[in-house]
Write a protein that binds this ligand. Structure first.
Ligand code: G4P
Length: 537
């Protein structure tokens, strides 16, 4: 029990959310560098290149130079065990990106100092906000010109609706910064010039605020503007509040530059001090505490075809309570079956290793012979319950998908059903269209590429994908409980009337304006962004 509690206390499990190019990969790499998991920054990228030279798993990833599915990185620092769940960093992100956020206890939001909050960050932020998890902000690229720190704070407040508490403050004027003022320690860190281009930990010198050497080392106007800023923050800034940070209402904000290592170590240390260890999860049995000695976990991601030669599928689980032991027997609740967890794996990028033990907060990959689905609970045989359902993400892109060769209809249906079950895409049927073609809904364009690739490689089916001009799906109900049909809906021809796989009626329309017309002309209609029995993000 004591061992379990110690292990829980040590763990920090988080994801980094950002818009592409804000510096998520670079920051992750620097955290690994400080954690001693790699020795020279840049090695993740070069390892990636090498790996592609010898292996061709997930061809798309290679072709487009992106990470299609999230990976998990684990390392130790300062007595903590850190699990970083990577979220795909391409603008065509998928549901996987959202689901990763269901498995973390906090999130780090990286933003480019010159760009502020961008679209993808906003979408991912929404999921974090709904989960009420703490959000830490890292304003990156301070080594070059960016927006003024106070303007960035305003942007967080106005665009995201949460308050920001600067933990440090850049020293300099107009984007030329020579160090940071640490508000917690009330000292100043000046960075030595460095010719390693951020490949190594950066040297710095720490001064107290009134140290004469500091005043000698920086220009008077810079020093004075720093003192003014500190006064302003202390007088008019948000006050620190642990509870608000824990609920994600106040974001500790750090300034730095991942590329030049400026502020990275301080960020890591403060983050580890403030970020929560594994948190309880809601279930049909009430809250499941991490230190409950009965093991439990849920599946948040299924990754197929990591090794095409073996038709390899891995189910990624997040451990919620108890100790995980290799070969343990657990209950897979949905199928009500006892299964043995053999070959559990952990990851450093794509390197896997078999593990013997793991604890709450850890992510483990289980070999999946096709028995797992996203959101599945696995738990101790003697204590059966289910974790709360995952919320559903409204699809935003739609395409008609059909097999090129009608002789392959059977494989096509089997493949597409399997991929839907895995949660890779959402499937709809158009009345009268038969089973030759489906309407497929996704949250990102990339999912269509993945669908095409997997149907070809795993089911040997070539498909035609015809994008449809819709961006909005609404599940339909009538207030009087009667069935909605294409005939009973005024203006059904302004969009496309389809059924989801549970035969629930759905209308696809091209924009909010078209939707407005439908609402105005069908006063008895109830519209839902996701199936009525599901919770929306
Ligand atoms: P992402 O994962 O969020 O998509 O971003 P990534 O880390 O790949 O960084 C995107 C670009 O921004 C990279 O440049 C990276 O070197 C640069 N970058 C990251 N952090 C900083 C920083 O603190 N300061 C500055 N000035 N640049 C930064 P690139 O030219 O696209 O790639 P590369 O040639 O450097 O690999």
């Amino acid at each position: 029990m004591e061992e379990l509690q110690d292990e829980i206390k040590k763990r920090r499990t988080f994801a980094i959310i950002s818009h592409p190019d804000a510096g998520k990969t670079t920051l992750t790499e620097k955290l690994l560098l400080y954690g001693g998991a790699i020795h020279l920054a840049g090695s993740i990228k070069s390892r990636k290149a090498q790996r592609h030279a010898v292996s061709d798993w997930m061809e798309i990833e290679k072709q487009r130079g992106i990470s299609v599915t999230s990976s998990v990185l684990q390392f130790d620092y300062g007595g903590c065990r850190i699990n970083i769940l990577d979220t795909p960093g391409h603008q065509d992100f998928s549901e996987d990106t959202y689901r990763t956020l269901m498995a973390v206890d906090s999130a780090v939001m990286v933003m480019d100092a010159a760009k502020g909050i961008e679209t993808q960050t906003k979408k991912l932020f929404k999921v974090c906000k709904q989960r009420n998890i703490p959000i830490f902000t890292f304003v990156n690229k301070l080594d070059r010109f960016g927006k003024a720190p106070l303007d960035l704070m305003d942007e967080i407040e106005n665009v995201l609706g949460i308050r920001a508490y600067p933990m440090n403050w850049p020293i300099g004027i107009d984007g030329r910064y020579c160090g940071v003022y640490n508000r917690i320690k009330n000292n100043v860190e000046l960075f030595a010039s460095d010719d390693s281009h951020g490949q190594k930990e950066r040297d710095s010198v720490v001064y107290s605020l009134d140290d004469e050497k500091l005043i000698e080392n920086i220009d008077t106007d810079i020093y004075e503007s720093l003192i003014d800023d500190i006064d302003l923050l202390n007088a008019a800034g948000e006050k620190w509040n642990d509870e608000k940070v824990a609920k994600g209402e106040l974001t500790p904000m750090f300034f730095g530059s991942a590329m030049t290592n400026f502020g990275v170590k301080n960020f890591l240390e403060e983050y580890l001090r403030l970020a929560p260890s594994p948190q309880p999860h809601e279930s049909t049995n009430g809250l499941i505490m991490p230190d409950d000695d009965k093991f439990s976990a849920f599946v948040f991601k299924i990754q197929a075809n990591m090794n095409p030669a073996h038709h390899d599928r891995l189910a990624f689980i997040r451990i919620c309570s108890g100790k995980f032991e290799r070969n343990m027997q657990v209950l897979q609740v949905r199928n009500d079956k006892v299964i043995k967890l053999s070959q559990p794996q952990q990851f450093l990028a794509q390197d896997r290793q078999i593990i013997d033990n793991a604890y709450p907060g850890d992510i483990v990959g289980l070999f999946d012979p096709g028995i797992f689905r996203i959101g599945d609970t696995i738990c101790d045989v003697k204590k059966k319950f289910r974790f709360a359902d995952f919320p559903v993400f409204p699809p935003e892109r739609f395409a008609r998908v059909e097999a090129k060769d009608t002789m392959k209809r059977k494989q096509f249906i089997k493949g597409i059903a399997q991929l839907t079950q895995e949660g890779a895409v959402q499937l709809f049927e158009q009345p009268g269209a038969g089973m030759e073609s489906y309407i497929v809904g996704t949250v990102g364009q990339l999912q269509f590429d993945v669908l095409e690739y997997r149907l070809k490689n795993e089911y040997n089916v070539d498909i035609n994908i015809t994008m449809q001009p819709f961006e909005v799906a609404r599940w339909l109900e009538l207030k009087n409980g009667m069935e909605v049909t294409p005939e009973s809906l005024r203006g059904a021809d302004r969009g496309m009337f389809v059924y989801d796989m549970k035969k629930q009626p759905v209308l696809l329309v091209s924009n909010e304006w078209a939707l407005g017309w439908i609402i105005d002309n069908n006063p008895d209609l109830l519209l839902h962004n996701v199936p009525p029995d599901k919770q929306e993000v």
